[in-house]
Design a binder for this molecule. Structure first.
Ligand code: SF4
Length: 73
């Protein structure tokens, strides 16, 4: 599976994963280099655009992503 096209610029890793390199690697393997359609951040990006992706949204927070998508205008 192709890397997520946001991987190089995804602020999640420069913001929320600082000091947690092992967790960051696990997330990258599962979502960014795996099935990024399962990533909550990617879901919001595709539907609403980069500026609507909350900085504190974790890739596994699918329910939170669905709430954002349900409330988008
Ligand atoms: S966390 Fe999600 S949006 Fe960010 S690079 Fe990985 S798959 Fe893409």
């Amino acid at each position: 599976m192709a890397d997520c096209k946001l991987l190089k610029t995804c602020i999640f890793f420069s913001d929320r994963m600082v000091g947690m390199p092992k967790t960051a690697d696990m997330v990258k393997e599962k979502y960014c280099q795996g099935d990024n359609s399962e990533c909550a951040r990617h879901m919001v990006f595709i539907a609403c655009g980069r500026e609507k992706v909350p900085s504190d949204l974790f890739p596994g927070q699918i329910e939170k992503a669905r709430d954002i998508l349900a409330n988008k205008k």
